[in-house]
Write a protein that binds this ligand. Structure first.
Ligand code: HEM
Length: 542
């Protein structure tokens, strides 16, 4: 005779399960009980016996990954992590196997390769392979060996000489196109100078990188719109954040792979097809205009240095890594200037005092605008274009970070926005004050070494100088040509959700052409090969 507990049905009130045999119902009950016991054990272990249990932090976050990941997918991780550091100090345990840091020393321990120190690795669970054309690695996600080979090759494409001599004419020409598009809108009787500046800056940086990576723009500035290929890049930045969170939970990831992976693969294949077309077209083209591929090909001795597929993967990656970030850096600085009329006036005076005509505004000359540059640094602090972390895990042999041994199962976070908004690092952290970077003694105690919006170490942003040159020139040429006012609907523009990049909100401004500027003072910016053209002749049609 069967034992009595196998003849009674434990789930008789639950419709779907009650139709199963009592034995099967008991098996399900047993699995549920086992999971509860295991989960309770895991929570207790994480709290009291885990090697990180001595690190300060909230108990709930130390017990389970759910609080951190739920904060991340809601786009508020930057704020939550800041609050935790204010409360608990320079290092906080933010998940059973995750630490967050904010001090200058932590930047060095996590990012900088020094003899005798095992430098942490990229946390690959937070990335996807979606940028890899035919499986070929690109710089951002490459392992250390491939990374150092590719970085050597790409360094030629990001040298100072290439930047100032080869790329400057393209960038200046496209900024000229931006200015003429905006000028058209100040003269339009319906638009009356009201524009979404965030959008226009994004269109500009996309066209710049399209030209530098593929030898032709996307035509965004001409149409005032994106092409679908670029929309995929936008959306994938957000999707990578969500996928990174899903991967922290193997069961959810498993279900996700079954139901959603095919769709992702289809979109990725479509995206790669277009990349291959563009790069092939560029490689077939004979051109004397400088761009990334021209620099790489000039130094590529053999396929061993950089294969064709790797060039393709890197071309897309550079557009994804460099366009939104640069546009965000520019938009946020303009926003801060518009919110601080005293600072705005000083910047305009500095620009007008330095440049008699617009063509004097060059990559080289804008470096001398001390006040504007302090404003750029301060706005990168308050709105770092990469707002949350540079995901890393300890080295396989273990890494010491602030004296804490971290193996490769421990995730190490330096969340830009949280680091720069913590009062442990900066006095009046929420205040936009460029004098912070110009020797104001109020900020004497600031831990300036904690500000690294471009990262540091061997994986520091390769496009840093290109980005800064663009940000400075775009702002200088905008303010040279227009008086700008922030419209009330964008007063709180800076309050956005943070994913890998920021959620992109429109920034509505009112533009007025500056009075008293002679036509001759405006023109003559390098050879303007980008002008508004007949839409039918655009290289990339929608
Ligand atoms: C204001 C604009 C920009 C900001 C704030 C920015 C910030 C960053 C940050 C924080 C990293 C990560 C460093 C790390 O993981 O430790 C990074 C990496 C990178 N950025 Fe940028 N970036 C900007 C513009 C650009 C531009 C214009 C390009 C290229 C066209 C670019 C290309 C890259 C690449 C390729 C990497 C990976 C470097 C490597 O792993 O060796 N970025 N950037």
């Amino acid at each position: 005779m069967a034992p009595s507990f196998l003849t009674s049905a434990p789930f008789e009130k639950i419709p779907l399960i009650s139709s199963l045999s009592p034995a099967l119902q008991h098996l399900i009950l047993f699995v549920i009980e086992l999971s509860i016991v295991y989960q309770a054990y895991a929570w207790i272990y994480n709290l009291y016996f885990h090697p990180l249990s001595h690190v300060p932090g909230p108990k709930l976050w130390a017990m389970s990954r759910v609080p951190q990941e739920s904060s991340m997918v809601r786009g508020r991780l930057h704020k939550d992590i800041r609050a935790l550091h204010e409360k608990y100090g320079d290092v906080v345990r933010v998940a059973p196997k995750a630490l967050s840091f904010i001090s200058p020393q932590a930047w060095t321990d996590i990012m900088v390769r020094v003899p005798g120190h095992n430098v942490p690795q990229r946390d690959m669970l937070r990335f996807t392979d979606s940028l890899k054309v035919n499986g070929a690695a690109e710089l951002l996600t490459a392992n250390d060996t491939v990374h150092s080979r590719q970085r050597r090759m790409l360094a030629h494409a990001f040298s100072e000489k290439a930047l100032n001599k080869d790329y400057q004419p393209t960038v200046q020409s496209l900024i000229g196109l931006l200015i003429s598009q905006l000028r058209t809108r100040t003269q339009d009787k319906e638009v009356k100078g009201k524009v979404d500046l965030a959008n226009w800056l994004n269109l500009t940086t996309f066209d710049v990188l399209g030209d530098l990576a593929f030898g032709e723009t996307f035509g965004c500035l001409e149409t005032g719109d994106y092409i679908p290929w670029l929309k995929i890049i936008f959306e994938s930045v957000w999707a990578v954040t969500i996928l990174g969170s899903i991967r922290q939970f193997p069961w959810i990831d498993w279900v996700f792979q079954i139901f959603v992976n095919n769709t992702i693969m289809r979109v990725t294949r479509e995206h790669h097809k277009l990349t291959i077309e563009k790069v092939s077209r560029r490689l077939a083209k004979k051109t004397d205009r400088g761009d990334f591929l021209a620099q790489i090909l000039k130094h590529n001795g053999s396929e061993k240095e950089m294969s064709r597929d790797e060039m393709m993967s890197n071309a897309t990656m550079l557009i994804a890594a460099g366009s939104e970030t640069t546009a965000a850096g520019t938009t946020s600085c303009v926003y801060q200037l518009l919110k601080h009329p005293g600072v705005y006036r000083k910047v305009v005076e500095e620009i007008q005092g330095m440049f008699a005509k617009e063509s004097d505004i060059t990559f080289e000359s804008v470096e001398k605008l001390d006040y504007l540059n302090a404003c750029v640094d301060e706005s990168l602090r308050l709105y770092p274009p990469i707002p949350i972390f540079n995901p890393r895990v300890g080295a396989p042999e273990g890494t010491m970070v602030l004296g804490i041994p971290c193996k490769d199962d421990i995730s190490l976070g330096l969340h830009h926005w949280s680091v720069y908004h913590c009062s442990r690092n900066f006095n009046n952290p929420d205040v936009f004050d460029p004098s912070r970077w110009l020797g104001n003694p109020v900020y004497e105690t600031d831990r300036r070494g904690s500000l690294h919006p471009f990262g540091i170490g061997s994986r520091v942003c390769i496009g840093k100088h290109l980005a800064l040159a663009q940000v400075r020139v775009m702002i200088s040429r905008l303010l040279f040509n227009f008086d700008i006012e922030l419209l009330p609907e964008s007063d709180e523009w800076i309050n956005q959700r943070a994913f890998w990049t920021w959620e992109r909100l429109p920034m509505w401004v009112q533009l007025k052409e500056r009075k008293g500027l002679q036509k001759s003072m405006r023109s003559g910016h390098f050879q303007p090969f980008y002008r508004l053209r007949d839409p039918a002749s655009r290289p990339f049609k929608k």
